[in-house]
Design a protein around this ligand. Structure first.
Ligand code: PLP
Length: 378
């Protein structure tokens, strides 16, 4: 049996929604993007949502409107996809890597606090793999030190912290709509925020800071001459993507409940296996299970790459645990030593998980995993 690692969950009517946009003749950013933004903001409990081309550009813009620029430092976890750090670099600022909590894989507020210097301008916690970071502590930390807070919520659409949705808690949270995430627009990002004035500025910055949107100009009854009060970028989402996003948002609850059901099945089985531990579940969080990562025991006999290789031969693709950015050549010379990040990154691996994974496929994954654990350990 060949099990896919990940797959977007689609209902079948998405093609018609996109075809309708094409037939309308307005295929770039327009009325569908506005509609998608409104539905997204409502779903995550934010006052506003601003759609952009992907989550990396969302993070860059969110940092930019928070005042981050050349000479500044932004504290980020190293245990994240490299886009987290790259968005800081894209602002001309320096990412400063802090360690994670070894149980949650999320940025440790104490480690983040120790990394603060007089150049620190912002902190960027990541809701890693869809598990909310400890937001009360990060909001208090940012407040205490007068720092901006930008959440990397790439994997966290639909997640909740102490019963409140991610997107409703902090000033700016950035989501990814890449196909490996919970819902998708092919490529895409969304900034959820609470301040309408900042949302208006973000809507300008994503289209070269032009002070008139195409939608407003189209609806105007007089000639409109636009102006450019500052410099910006082209980070627009298209209406074709937004039409897909609207369909996906309607499926979000179904997708989340299926991911949660499958994750519970994995956990129940993995708890019975030697040398492997299921993900830690803090009681304050409802996660999205964007990915399911198991951790190999430090003293176990199993080499992670060898286990991944054997599983692949069984038709079970896996992925290494979340990378440690500070060890990549792209950020060579950063000087960070992060023991929890390094151990967690080296010892974890991700199993196939997506809405649409059948119980039969999941049982195959678990059966192969149990067989290899038994033979490798023997
Ligand atoms: C934690 C995290 N941040 C940011 C990103 C970047 O998202 P995008 O591909 O939409 O730019 C990703 C994507 O994998 C991610 O996992």
């Amino acid at each position: 049996m060949e099990v896919p690692f990940a797959k977007p969950y689609l209902r079948g009517d998405e093609g018609a929604a996109v075809a309708e946009v094409i037939a309308s003749g307005w295929v770039s950013q327009g009325p569908r993007v506005r509609e998608f933004e409104a539905a997204f903001a409502e779903r995550v409990g934010a006052a506003e949502a601003v759609a952009v081309s992907n989550c990396t550009t969302a993070l860059q813009l969110a940092l930019h409107v928070s005042g981050v620029g050349p000479g500044d430092e932004v504290i980020v976890p190293s245990m994240s996809f490299i886009a987290t750090a790259n968005s800081v670099w894209q602002c001309g600022a320096t990412p400063v890597f802090a360690d994670v909590d070894p149980r949650t894989y999320n940025l440790d507020p104490d480690s983040a606090e120790r990394a603060i210097t007089e150049r620190t301008r912002a902190i960027m916690p990541v809701h890693q793999l869809g598990l909310p970071a400890d937001m009360d502590r990060f909001l208090a930390l940012a407040d205490r030190h007068g720092l901006a807070l930008v959440e990397d919520a790439a994997c966290a659409i639909g997640a909740a912290y102490k019963g409140r949705p991610i997107g409703s808690l902090g000033p700016l949270a950035c989501f990814s709509l890449h196909p490996r995430k919970v819902i998708t627009t092919g490529e895409g990002g969304m900034i959820a925020l609470q301040d309408p004035a900042v949302a208006a500025r973000l809507r300008q910055l994503r289209q070269h800071a032009m002070d008139v949107s195409d939608l407003a100009r189209h609806g105007a009854r007089d000639v409109v001459i636009e102006s450019y009060p500052e410099r910006g970028w082209n980070y627009r989402m298209t209406d074709m993507q937004a039409a897909l996003g609207i369909c996906q948002l309607e499926l979000l609850d179904e997708i989340l409940s299926e991911r949660r059901r499958l994750a519970a099945r994995y956990t129940a089985a993995i708890e019975q296996l030697d040398w492997l531990a299921p993900p830690f579940e803090p009681d304050y969080a409802e996660r999205t299970w964007q990915s399911y990562a198991v951790e190999l025991a430090p003293d176990g006999p199993i080499d992670r790459t060898e286990l991944m290789r054997r599983l692949l031969l069984d038709g079970v693709p896996t992925r290494r645990g979340v990378m440690a950015i500070h060890r990549e050549g792209a950020y060579a010379g950063n000087g960070a030593t992060l023991p929890h990040t390094e151990a967690a990154s080296d010892r974890s691996l991700m199993l196939p998980l997506f809405a649409g994974l059948t119980d039969e496929q999941q049982d195959h994954v678990l059966g192969c995993l149990a067989a290899h654990v038994a033979t490798i350990a023997a």
